[in-house]
Design a binder for this molecule. Structure first.
Ligand code: NCD
Length: 306
């Protein structure tokens, strides 16, 4: 039985297979419409979510399966003091697979150790968000036609943004990826990612503060929101929250085929006028997220569709 805790749990070859499956699902959805009939996914969300939880649920429904779960810690037995280890033992009796989001780093890993069903990490604190990374990889590969040989700007809250941490770890396995890390001083990428992931693997990267300085060389721009819920005080958040606002004026500096990604939710960091720009890919990215989660569910449940 396999779980998904980090994007590195799959080899590059396995990832290719998964992304190919997602592309086939996109092209032939009817072929997969009953692939998981009789199967259930439990979505255990101890932290707020719209996209991730609903996209897991939509993915399972698209495969002909069913869904159950909870969407906040308050509405689960966690409010009574139950541990994730006990919760997962219980859920193992109800469902065939589960997706867990938790504010504590490592909680899904703890759950996976006691689980009788595959556990998918749907975001653990500021740590990892592997299914967002699968979504990002599928989006990049579909829109750019390749994984590798590009310059990607990662902009915003690089300190607390788990999607960025997972994406960097995944992308260093592809050839010739140049990283431009764009953040205010206070929200720079954590030391462990800079030293143990980027430097240790001899990756080409630079850190800059001004988005305008980086823009002209980017093939991809990955915007992120400032992670309000992980700040220790409101004042720091208020000071940081509007540090970057991507608007049409700044986009004039970008390549005509640069793609703009964002894991969403967006707050103020992308002005709504940008939504109409052909380079805005963040709503397409949401759709890719459903296909890739369908592919992931099939893979972890070892369901083959001929
Ligand atoms: C991201 C997350 O939860 O980390 N959202 C998502 O799952 N699409 C990004 C965010 O919350 O900023």
């Amino acid at each position: 039985m396999r779980h998904l805790m980090s994007p590195l749990d799959f080899s590059v070859e396995e990832l290719d297979k998964l992304l190919n499956l997602a592309n086939d699902i996109e092209a032939n959805p009817e072929k997969y419409a009953h692939a998981c009939a009789g199967k259930k996914i439990a979505t255990l969300f101890y932290e707020p979510s719209t996209r991730t939880r609903l996209s897991f649920e939509a993915a399972m429904l698209n495969l002909g399966g069913s869904v159950l779960g909870f969407s906040s810690a308050d509405s689960s037995s966690a409010a009574k003091g139950e541990s994730v280890s006990d919760t997962i033992r219980v859920i193992s009796c109800y469902a065939d697979i589960c997706a867990m989001r938790h504010p504590k780093e490592g909680a899904p890993l703890v759950a996976s150790m006691k689980s009788r069903i595959p556990v998918i990490n749907a975001g653990d604190g500021g740590h990892q968000h592997p299914t967002q990374t699968l979504t990002d990889l599928l989006t990049i590969r579909s829109l750019k036609g390749r994984l590798g040989n590009f310059t990607i700007g990662l902009c915003g809250d690089l300190k607390f943004g788990r999607t960025v941490h997972s994406l960097i770890q995944a992308l260093i396995r592809y050839p010739n990826v140049n990283f431009v890390l764009i953040s205010p001083e206070e929200l720079r990428i954590p030391d462990n990612i800079r030293d143990d992931v980027l430097r240790k693997n001899n990756q080409n990267f630079k850190e800059v503060v001004r988005l305008e300085d980086a823009m002209p060389e980017l093939d991809l721009l990955y915007m992120t929101r400032v992670q309000k819920e992980r700040f220790f005080n409101e004042e720091d958040y208020v000071r940081m929250k509007d540090f970057y606002i991507l608007d049409s004026e700044k986009l004039k500096l970008a390549k005509p085929d640069m793609q703009i990604l964002h894991p969403l939710p967006r707050v103020n960091e992308i002005s709504v006028e940008v939504d109409d720009d052909p380079r805005a890919a963040y709503f397409k990215q949401v759709q890719y997220g459903v296909y890739v989660r369908m592919a992931l569910i099939l893979t972890l449940l070892e369901v083959e569709v001929c």
